[in-house]
Design a protein around this ligand. Sequence first.
Ligand SMILES: Nc1ccn([C@@H]2O[C@H](COP(=O)(O)OP(=O)(O)OP(=O)(O)O)[C@@H](O)[C@H]2O)c(=O)n1
Ligand SMILES: C[C@](O)(CO)[C@H](O)COP(=O)(O)O
Length: 227
Amino acid sequence: MFYEVIIPAAGKGTRMKAGKNKLFLTLFDIPLIVYTLRVFEQDPACRRIILPINMDEKAEFDRIIAEYSFQKPIKLIQGGAERQDSVYNGLQAVNEEEGFVLVHDGARPFIQLVQIAALVKAASKSGSAILAVPVKDTIKKVRDNTVLETVERSSLWAVQTPQAFRISLLKKAHAEARKKGLLGTDEASLIENMGLEVSVIEGNYDNIKITTPEDIFFAEAILRKNK
Ligand SMILES: Nc1ccn([C@@H]2O[C@H](COP(=O)(O)OP(=O)(O)OP(=O)(O)O)[C@@H](O)[C@H]2O)c(=O)n1
Ligand SMILES: C[C@](O)(CO)[C@H](O)COP(=O)(O)O
C-alpha cells in the first residue's frame, strides 16, 4: 500500500528553548529532521514527502536536503500558525483523492518501518489508524494546584505519530474542523469529531517527540541503544 507523508516541520520549538526551530538541533552532529526524513526515504511504500515549513527557513531546509542527498521527492510548502494549519496546507499539496496519507511529526525521529507498515495496514481496513502506547504514569485532572480527579489508567494511551488516513477522509475532517473552528492537537481528533472510528496500533516507547531540552539527552540515549 503506497502513501504520501506530510511531515509538519514549521514549528518554533518554544518549549525546547533553543531560540530556533528544534528540528535543526543535532543528535551526534546530524540535524534532528534528517533522522525523521531518512525513515521515509528508506520506505519503498512512501511515494512522496510533503514538508510544511516556515518559508523563512527554506534555505536551511534546502541545504539539509542537498547535504544528506535525499532522493525521494520532497515538496516544501508554507506551514501555518498552528500544527493543524500546517497539516491542512500539506493536504492541499496531496493531489489524489484516493489512497492514503500519513501525518508524522518532524520532531519524532525514531519511528520504525515495521510500525509504519502495521499502521498503514490498519488504516486500509478502518480508514484511520494511529500509533499509541499505554500510559505508564497515573494521570490526574488538576486545577489551581489541586487534584480534581484521578483518571482511570487502564484505558489511557499516549498517542504518537504517524497517523494514517484515507486521503478523502482526512481532507473532509480538516474541512469540517475549519467550518466548526475546531482546533485539535492531532488529526485523529478531527476524525473522531465526525463520529468515525480510529484504529489504535500499539507503538513503542522509543517513538518520542523531541519537545523539551531533556528530550535531546533521551534521544541520544535511544540512538546509542539502537546502534
Ligand atoms: N505551526 C506549527 C507547529 C508545529 N509544527 C510541527 O508539528 C510537530 C509537532 O509540534 P511540536 O512538537 O509542538 O513543535 P513546535 O510547535 O515547534 O514546539 P513548541 O510547541 O514547543 O513551539 C513539529 O515537527 C513541528 O515542527 C508545524 O509544522 N507547524
Ligand atoms: C500529534 C501529537 O504528536 C500526538 O501526541 C501531539 O498531539 C503533537 O502535539 P504538539 O503540541 O503539536 O507537539
